[in-house]
Write a protein of this length. Structure first.
Length: 204
């Protein structure tokens, strides 16, 4: 069980699932950095930066539990329904919803994490507990894996003082912006554009 920094719990794991393994990195870079001991910690650093930017664990699909109070910003109330913004952009299932310990049966969920609870009402002190599953499947992870690989490769190259590279007849010179963002945790604007579909967005 992991209490995440995003106010929900991953209930079935004891450590954050990896988005990219060292073996996958070596395969994607054709073994360019064999045995480099910095790869694993750099991957972990890049994963943490991406998850913090996106605001949830991203992958893989995991059982989760989130607890809200009626006064939370993630809870919106109408005359007879409740709308809850779950901290995920890829929700696959909601297994239970309780309000002050009483299970409710009438609710709907959207993939991007909006939970409608029908014919219910909460005061600002009431507690809503939602058990759900969320996370990107492996088939949707290609772009994120490529981004992590890119961040780590760039950080490795810059840590050697490399400002330009040539491979396969193609020469690349890094701009000052890239040189200044040599850390695996740095996320330049084009990286953020790639992550935009996976970033948690609040609707209220």
């Amino acid at each position: 069980m992991i209490l995440t920094t995003w106010n929900y719990t991953l209930t079935d794991v004891d450590e954050m699932p990896s988005l990219l393994t060292v073996e996958e990195f070596n395969s994607m870079t054709a073994g360019r950095y064999p045995g480099d001991v910095r790869i694993s910690p750099m991957i972990s650093a890049a994963e943490s930066a991406i998850r913090e930017y996106c605001g949830w664990h991203l992958a893989d699909n995991q059982p989760c539990q989130a607890t809200f109070l009626g006064r939370d910003k993630a809870v919106s109330k109408t005359s007879c329904d409740i709308l809850v913004q779950l901290p995920a952009t890829y929700v696959t299932e909601v297994t239970s919803v309780t309000i002050n310990g009483t299970e409710v049966s009438y609710f709907d969920i959207t993939t991007d994490g909006l939970l409608w609870i029908y014919d219910s009402w909460v005061s600002r002190h009431d507690k809503i507990v939602v058990n759900y599953s969320s996370g990107l499947p492996e088939t949707l992870m290609g772009g994120i894996k490529e981004l992590i690989c890119h961040r780590v490769t760039h950080a490795l190259a810059q840590s050697y003082g490399i400002q330009s590279e040539a491979a396969g007849g193609v020469s690349v010179t890094y701009s000052a912006n890239w040189i200044n963002s040599a850390r695996a945790t740095a996320l330049p604007e084009d990286n953020k554009e790639v992550l935009s579909p996976y970033r948690l967005r609040r609707v209220f």
